[in-house]
Design a protein around this ligand. Structure first.
Ligand code: ADP
Ligand code: MG
Ligand code: MG
Length: 926
């Protein structure tokens, strides 16, 4: 599911989840355990209950894919667990026992038995996959007795002891909490292992002998005893429940919480626990484990993509400890298994109708599938896969559109390295291209440094041997990520794809020394803080800073690149044309200059929804005249300054009208408190006094007089035009004069002007301003003998306006929701002052997302709904739009569609996202 869809269903999900948990408490003989294997209880539609992993394991089992048998403990139990002081429903242990028996009888093995022991994995699995965020334990069921049994029945003691040492390490880490105690410290198990390898002078784990592994087991056990003062448990059911609780507990670990915030996943969802018979990729050289994607998740190309390790267990591939082989090589090493795998690849895509990311293990030549899910992909890949799958008739246009997270379109538009600068830049290494795009920044060797540097305003590239889930925060703060170990399914690659970060991994020729804080590539030695550049599309690494250039799409839109020379543009165009076909919301832009307007039109804007006229007053000599106007002691002085401003303003409007070529243009009259235009520092104030030929003290006095305790709620918006009608008059005149000029002559443009009065809360306020606008309009039209098509409307940005929208609608031709101010005034919260508590509010999950980034639908949204309803009561055809920053946010756009608005108006770069989001809103809410 895409991020947007997810967020939209979130509200419903929340209520569902809470009722569900209580019903789980009350139910007598509830079903908490769902088997998969010979007999399968679940299917792919049951994600809410079984989690994504469990639901898909069930689905795969039932379509005949080779899935080791197992069962899922439902997410309801997670809810119960947290609601009841981390305990379980009474009936659970019986159901689990029964399910274990089922596996035992299918495989002829016994859990805790000596002769043919059953081993299981205990795995987390939330509704939406949260890769690496929660815990997994493999080889559970081994103890000092069963390990001997496994050795005998497999005829391979080395393998049995390899499993045992792995199990103790995972169990010790995840369940018993034996971990590194600081960022500098190595993982203690890893340290013991490395020490042994150094002593024995061996390179890889698979070179450890049975005796070595036995020693390792003893050392691990001793470590656990030393750290926890208790022994590693020998009872297999104690192990099972310990692991189960650890997985449920990991739902609330720090990184899982952070991840949920990032992806707006509600805490109530909970995780399921999957318990599944082990299959062994570490049973010898005819065994392997790997991860594969049915298409390339970095660029979307239809190639079999993935990697594997011979004689290894799952975690080895994902953890990035050994750099695995590319999947194509398996065709040589284990040809039959490769053919089997190709078949699975096709079957999965045909069945799930989306790019799949799946895990497999080959045990002595026999293939097993352990997981499948819709693969996380970069924005670019999301677009390409959707378009190509539609062409292959795996899905129709509607489905394809819904498969593309609206924000992904952005990754087709982000800057790339400037081709010229790139040619001149020194290449210092190469790795696997894992997250496309161009990133330049200072080297940071730890997540903490990355975060600290970014907070200082520096751009960083995080460079590490490998990343782990604890690095998530630092990765979020980096421009790009470079790792030396691990392949395209390593943690770094996975996260980068998901966050849309530029990433190169497995750059094995580079050496990082964390202590000396150096990165060495051949003869080049870089220090922390030095610049490095990485191209995540080619995998090339460069020394120094490289300038960036416009994306191919932008170059085509500007005309500097031919459309048929760019596949990226073809993808962009295809998706945009589909989007336009399905959406009913219009998309406008917020633009103040002809250049911005032109860019927005190239991106598909159908009008201007907000032109902030005040931005036009900051340029060059205008600011001086503006200041003169503000400092004026009386109306006469003010009018004389306004007269000088008029030609500038008119010229700007002419430019805008021309750039928009007859599309509607909404112009908002002066809005901010006047003091915003005045200089803050005394030197400039003195210069200003000189320029205006007034005493310095006079300037100071006026500034004092204009001071407001709370300017956001002070003399601004329509209040300005009401106390200084001459300002409204000048702006209206400039606008109609401009319209008159542009609508005459050879290249006449038919103008659609919309004048917008800000911060209205009373019908009388709007009426007051309306009179001025209509009078000036009539004067100008008469003078120039033209008819200008114009509307006058208001912003709805204070609660009173929304509540009295029926009254205000008598005066207004349109409403435009200014949801920035409406959020501030509804929440009683200043956007500029939320820094002190915002982080806490987020970590306490009081705010699921920033209310200024995504519309607070349950609060502010109610006011919007109310205003829409009341406005239309008075005037059924009233035009309705939104011009707050929310208009570029897909979730908010979905809301706007449902609220029945006519258009959204966002910043120019977000126009393509808004077009796509608008189409998705329509398709989702059909
Ligand atoms: P994550 O959700 O972090 O990927 P998983 O639960 O998928 O965690 O497990 C981690 C690794 O363990 C995967 O590589 C998976 O293939 C492997 N694994 C899990 N269960 C089994 C099993 N029953 N037999 C063999 N390997 C397994
Ligand atoms: Mg997995
Ligand atoms: Mg406002």
């Amino acid at each position: 599911m895409s991020k947007n869809t997810k967020a939209v269903v979130k509200k419903q999900a929340k209520t569902k989840a809470s009722t569900k948990n209580t019903s789980a408490n009350n139910r007598v003989a509830a079903n908490y355990v769902y088997a998969f294997g010979k007999k399968t209880d679940g299917n792919a539609t049951m994600r809410d209950l079984l989690g994504g992993k469990g639901a898909n394991l069930a689905e795969m089992a039932s379509i005949g894919l080779p899935v080791p048998p197992g069962f899922t403990i439902s997410t309801e139990v997670c809810g119960y667990y947290y609601d009841n002081g981390r305990t379980y429903p009474a009936s659970l242990s019986k159901s689990v026992l029964k399910a274990i028996k089922q596996i035992e009888s299918q495989l002829g093995k016994s859990f805790g038995g000596r002769s043919n022991p059953l081993l299981v994995s205990v795995r987390s699995g939330a509704r939406d996959s949260m890769p690496g965020m929660m815990d997994t334990i493999l080889n559970l069921g081994l103890n000092d007795v069963t390990v001997e049994g496994l050795a005998e029945i497999s005829g391979n003691p080395r393998f049995a002891w390899d499993c045992y040492r792995r199990f103790i390490q995972m169990y010790g880490d995840v369940v018993m909490g034996v971990q590194a105690r600081s960022e500098e410290e190595e993982d203690p198990f890893h340290e013991i292992l490395e020490k042994m390898k150094r002593k024995l002078k061996i390179e890889t784990d698979s070179d450890l002998s049975t005796e070595n592994l036995k020693t390792l087991v003893d050392q691990y056990k001793a470590l656990i005893r030393k750290r926890t003062r208790s022994a590693f448990p020998q009872d297999v059911f104690e192990q099972l429940w310990g692991a189960t609780s650890a997985v449920f507990s990991s739902w609330r670990n720090e990184r899982a919480i952070l991840y949920r915030q990032q992806y707006a996943i509600p805490a109530e969802w909970g995780t399921a626990v999957n318990i599944q018979a082990m299959v062994f990729g570490n049973a010898g050289d005819d065994s392997a484990t790997g991860v594969a994607f049915t298409r390339d998740p970095a660029n979307g190309e239809k190639v079999f993509y993935g990697e594997y390790l011979i004689n290894a267990q799952g975690e080895d591939v994902v953890a990035g400890v050994r750099t695995p082989n590319a999947i194509a090589q398996l065709a040589n090493e284990l040809p039959q298994s490769y053919r089997d795998l190709e078949k699975v690849r096709n079957k999965l895509e045909k069945h799930f109708k989306d790019m799949q990311d799946f895990e497999f293990t080959i045990e002595r030549g026999r293939l097993f599938i352990l997981q499948t899910r819709n693969g996380k992909r970069t924005g670019l890949a999301a677009v390409r896969i959707a378009v190509e799958m539609q062409r292959e008739r795996l899905m129709n246009q509607e489905t394809a559109l819904l498969k593309i997270p609206a924000e992904s379109i952005d990754s087709l538009l982000v800057p790339v390295f400037d081709p010229k600068a790139l040619k001149a830049a020194p290449v210092i290494g190469k790795g696997l291209p894992a997250g496309p795009g161009a990133a330049t920044g200072r080297i940071a060797f730890t997540a903490a440094t990355a975060e600290a540097e970014t907070r200082k305003g520096n751009k960083v590239v995080l460079c590490r041997n490998e990343t782990s889930p604890d690095d998530l925060k630092g990765m979020l703060h980096s421009q790009g990520i470079l790792t030396l170990r691990g392949g395209v399914s390593s943690h770094a690659a996975l996260v980068a794809r998901q966050l849309g970060k530029v990433c190169i991994c497995g750059a094995s020729e580079i050496v990082i020394n964390y202590e000396k804080k150096t990165l060495t590539a051949g003869k080049v030695v870089l220090k922390e803080g030095d610049y490095i550049s990485i191209d995540g599309s080619t995998g090339l690494i460069y020394k120094g800073m490289i300038e960036s250039a416009d994306s191919e799409v932008k170059r085509v839109l500007e005309g500097s690149l031919k459309a048929n020379k760019s596949y990226t543009y073809e993808l962009f165009q295809t998706v945009m044309s589909w989007a336009d076909k399905y959406r009913t919301l219009n998309v406008r832009t917020n633009a103040d200059t002809p250049a911005m307007a032109k860019q927005a039109v190239a991106f598909g804007a159908e009008g201007i929804g907000l032109c902030r006229t005040e931005h036009m007053f900051f340029d060059g000599e205008r600011i001086d005249i503006m200041r003169q106007m503000i400092l004026a002691a009386d109306e006469v002085q003010r009018r004389s300054a306004l007269k000088k401003l008029l030609p500038f303003q008119k010229k700007d409007f002419v430019g805008l009208f021309k750039a928009m070529e007859g599309r509607p243009v909404t112009i908002r009259l002066l809005d901010p408190p006047l003091h915003e235009f005045l200089p803050h520092d005394d030197v400039v104030r003195r210069q200003l006094a000189e320029k205006l030929g007034v005493p310095f003290d006079f300037v100071i006095d006026r500034i004092k007089a204009l001071h407001e305790e709370n300017p956001m709620l002070g003399c601004r918006g329509c209040r300005l035009g009401i106390i200084y009608p001459e300002i409204t008059e000048m702006q209206a005149r400039a606008l109609f004069e401009a319209a008159a000029q542009v609508s005459k002559g050879k290249k006449a443009i038919k103008i659609k002007a919309e004048i917008m009065i800000p911060l209205v809360g009373f019908r009388a306020e709007l009426a007051d301003q309306l009179k001025i606008v209509h009078r000036v309009a009539a004067e100008v039209m008469k003078k120039h003998k033209v008819k200008i098509d114009y509307l006058v409307g208001t912003m709805i940005e204070v609660p009173r306006a929304a509540i009295t929208a029926d009254e205000i609608a008598h005066e207004a031709d349109f409403f435009s929701f200014g949801t920035n101010d409406l959020t501030q005034t509804t929440l009683g919260l200043s956007r500029d002052d939320m820094g002190l508590f915002y982080d806490q509010y987020q970590s306490k999950e009081i705010y699921n997302q920033n209310p200024f980034a995504s519309l607070d639908q349950t609060g502010v949204g109610k006011l919007v709904d109310l205003a829409v309803e009341r406005g239309r009561q008075t005037k059924p055809n009233i035009k309705l739009g939104i011009c707050g920053e929310h208009a570029g946010d897909p979730m908010s756009i979905d809301f706007c569609h449902r609220a029945g608005l006519n258009y959204v108006s966002c910043s120019p770069p977000r126009v393509p996202i808004a077009r796509l989001a608008a189409a998705q809103a329509r398709l989702r809410n059909k």
